[in-house]
Design a binder for this molecule. Structure first.
Ligand code: SAM
Ligand code: SF4
Ligand code: SF4
Length: 345
């Protein structure tokens, strides 16, 4: 396989994909226990999350972002676990927003603490917010998140983000058969005409603990058929190469819906996303089984050039296309994948 590198546009992996998007998990802890991510039975009271010492500090995160920008990264997404549990998030956002070369700075949250932070995050320079919300039916909402949080707080958090000036807030909804499939129309109806964009996500086999099975996945095709019985949908063009969601507009002008088809129609071909977990491991795929330990390098005193070389080499050697291989039944399913709450969604 040909390995190529271009100084101006940064390294290209083995399938010639650049690195443009970096997702950073600030911490692996969360105030929810979503059944598809951190099922409560496995992530119980005595579960050992990373200690403060084990997590990257903000200075370490900022240093890695600067290095990543030199490799071609322009988009940063802060995630977790629940990133708003990081009490110093506003100051971190403020510092990231000042880094030259970052054109898009986004955050994914379960929304429970958004009322508290939305205004300060906006002022600190955060561009975009995604809120995860799987149902407006209280029973389903609580069942899905392990009886945590408060649905009203999430809706109020979205309102607070709106009031602070965030536009086109993305609402991420993981759809599962026999779980929340029948509350999707209500959820879409609630957000139609608000300018916010619901993105229906196919339930994925991330990690090893969420009892994933193909029968629980509802494909985007099936969802589109069902939604079309209520509202006419018109497919939209991709707005940039590598866009994850397939976008549809409501024909009556009431906004749009996105579909994330990682199971039924994988998008590995354009995937330019890297992830840094809260403990400083660099992963080049959401379904990775191994990573590159950047924290060790930093704490052993490596200089920026050394860290950049390792980062760059990791990307150059990348050949991930897990979701495509899943579709071809060629995955090594016996391998232990890194859990999403740690790697960052
Ligand atoms: N706690 C934050 C939240 O929930 O928005 C950020 C981290 S969470 C891991 C990021 C995203 O991953 C969420 O939108 C969540 O719905 C999605 N996610 C987690 N597990 C998933 C799965 N098994 N399949 C599809 N999406 C999943
Ligand atoms: Fe927490 Fe987000 Fe995972 Fe739910 S999806 S358990 S809110 S990290
Ligand atoms: Fe990217 Fe891996 Fe997802 Fe494919 S499976 S789109 S390579 S993260």
């Amino acid at each position: 396989m040909n390995i190529t590198s271009d100084k101006k546009i940064g390294p290209r992996d083995r399938f010639k994909r650049p690195i443009s998007d970096l997702r950073i998990s600030l911490l692996d802890q969360c105030n929810f226990r979503c059944t598809y991510c951190m099922p409560e039975k496995k992530f119980h009271q005595n579960f050992k999350f990373l200690t403060k010492q084990e997590r990257l500090t903000h200075d370490e995160i900022l240093r890695l972002i600067n290095i990543a920008v030199d490799l071609g990264v322009t988009k940063i997404r802060l995630t977790g676990g629940e990133p708003l549990l990081d009490k110093n998030i506003v100051s971190l956002v403020n510092k990231i927003s000042k880094i030259d070369g970052i054109t898009d700075l986004a955050l994914t949250t379960n929304g429970t603490l958004l009322r508290k932070y939305a205004d300060d995050l906006k002022k600190a320079g955060l561009h975009r917010i995604t809120v995860s919300l799987d149902s407006l039916d209280p029973d389903i909402f609580y069942k899905l998140n392990g009886n945590k949080g408060n649905l009203r707080d999430v809706l109020d958090g979205i309102l607070a983000a709106e009031e602070s000036g965030f536009k086109e807030i993305k609402i991420n909804t993981v759809v599962q058969r026999n779980v929340n499939e029948n509350s999707i129309i209500d959820l879409l109806s609630h957000f139609r005409g608000t300018g916010h964009v619901v993105r229906l996500i196919e339930f994925m086999d991330v990690g090893n603990k969420n009892n994933w099975n193909l029968a629980s996945v509802i494909s985007a095709k099936e969802l589109i058929e069902r939604i079309s019985q209520y509202w006419k949908l018109i497919p939209r063009k991709e707005s940039y190469v590598g866009e994850v969601a397939k976008r549809y507009s409501y024909a009556d002008g009431m906004g749009e819906i996105g579909f994330i088809t990682s199971v039924s129609n994988p998008f590995c071909g354009d995937c330019s996303r890297a992830r840094i977990a809260a403990n400083g491991m660099l992963y080049t795929c959401l379904f990775a089984t191994v990573g590159t330990d950047l924290r060790k390098l930093i704490r052993e005193g490596a200089d920026n050039q050394e860290i950049q070389n390792v980062f760059s080499r990791t990307w150059l050697e990348r050949s991930d296309r897990y979701s495509e291989l899943r579709g071809l039944n060629k995955n090594k399913i016996q391998e232990q994948k890194i859990e999403m709450y740690r790697m960052g969604g």
